[in-house]
Design a protein around this ligand. Structure first.
Ligand code: PXL
Length: 274
C-alpha cells in the first residue's frame, strides 16, 4: 500500500455557524476533496451578517497568533494558506504573518469585503489592508464589486462583453500574478474571468436567486481543485459548476439567507466521486 499525504490547507476565516458560509462550508468542502483543512477562526458568529438578524459575535483576538506559533513549533507542513473574511486589521496582519511563516505555501486570498456594489457592514476601512494582502498572494478571488474596489475603479454599468471581462481580470495582475473575478454579468450568463498563466472566461446560466456563502463555496472548491493539480481554468470551471449545481439543488421556496443545500452534493467532490 502506498500512502499519499493529504494536502494541508490553513484556512483563516470567520466561523459563521448557521447560514452556510465561511468555515462552515470551507471545512467540509476541502475535506471532501481529500485535503486536510486546518480551520483557524478569526471570529465566531452565530450566523453570517447577510439577512439573519444581528449575530452573536465572539472575536478571537490573540488566538490566531498563538495557533500559528503552535503549528510552527510542531513543524507541520502547510501546503496552502487560504484567507477570506478578515474583519479587522489585526486579522489581516495575522494572514500576512502566516504567509511569512510558510513562504512555500500556495497563498490564496478571497478578499471578502463587498458585493452588489457595496461594502459589507464594517468593511469600509479594510480596503488598504486587503490591497496589501492581495499583493503578497499567489491568487486572488474577488467578486466584481471587490475587484473594482481593489482597483479603485468605478463599477461597470450593465453587462460586460468577453473582452471587458478579460481586461478586468488582467488589470488585477497589477496586484497579484493570478486572479479570478466572479459574478460578471454577461447576458444570459454569469461569468468568471481569469488572468495569470492562462486567461479564460467561464460562463454558467444566470439564475435569478442569490445566496450568501456561494463565494466561499466557489473559492473552497477552486482551491481544492488546484491542489489536486488542475490548471486554474479547470479549477474555476469545477467551482462554478459545483455552485450552480448546489443552487439548483436548493428548494427555491426556502429562505435564501440560509444558503445553498450543498451537503448532499459533497460526494461529487471526493476523489473519483460523481
Ligand atoms: O461569506 C462571506 C461572509 C463571511 N463571514 C461573514 C459574513 C459573510 C457575508 O455576509 O457576514 C460573517
Amino acid at each position: 500500500m502506498r500512502y499519499q499525504a493529504p494536502k494541508t490547507v490553513l484556512c483563516i476565516h470567520d466561523l459563521s455557524s448557521l447560514g452556510r458560509c465561511s468555515l462552515s462550508v470551507i471545512g467540509p468542502v476541502l475535506a471532501a476533496m481529500g485535503c486536510q483543512p486546518v480551520l483557524l477562526p478569526t471570529a465566531i458568529f452565530s450566523t453570517h451578517t447577510g439577512g439573519l438578524g444581528q449575530p452573536a459575535v465572539q472575536l478571537c483576538h490573540g488566538y490566531g497568533e498563538g495557533a500559528l506559533e503552535h503549528y510552527r513549533s510542531l513543524g507541520v507542513q502547510i501546503d496552502c494558506i487560504y484567507t477570506g473574511y478578515l474583519a479587522s486589521e489585526e486579522d489581516q496582519h495575522l494572514a500576512a504573518r502566516a504567509f511569512y511563516q510558510w513562504p512555500e505555501a500556495l497563498k490564496v486570498v478571497d478578499p471578502v469585503m463587498a458585493d452588489h456594489g457595496r461594502f459589507y457592514a464594517g468593511m469600509e476601512d479594510k480596503l488598504p489592508g486587503m490591497q496589501a494582502l492581495c499583493r503578497s498572494a499567489d491568487l486572488i478571488l474577488p467578486n466584481l464589486t471587490e475587484a473594482c474596489f481593489l482597483l479603485e475603479e468605478e463599477l461597470p454599468q450593465g453587462e460586460l462583453d468577453e473582452s471587458a471581462a478579460r481586461a478586468l481580470a488582467g488589470r488585477l495582475n497589477a496586484l497579484c500574478p493570478q486572479a479570478v473575478v466572479t459574478g460578471l454579468p454577461m447576458g444570459r450568463y454569469l461569468a468568471c474571468a481569469g488572468a495569470g498563466r492562462d486567461a479564460f472566461v467561464v460562463r454558467r446560466l444566470r439564475l435569478d436567486r442569490s445566496y450568501p456563502g456561494t463565494g466561499d463555496l466557489f473559492a473552497a472548491v477552486l482551491t481544492g481543485a488546484l491542489l489536486r493539480g488542475n490548471a486554474l481554468s479547470a479549477a474555476t470551471d469545477a467551482a462554478a459548476g459545483f455552485v450552480a449545481d448546489a443552487i439548483a439543488a436548493t428548494d427555491p421556496t426556502a429562505s435564501t439567507a440560509f444558503g445553498v443545500w450543498f451537503e448532499p452534493l459533497l460526494g461529487r467532490l471526493t476523489p473519483g466521486g460523481r
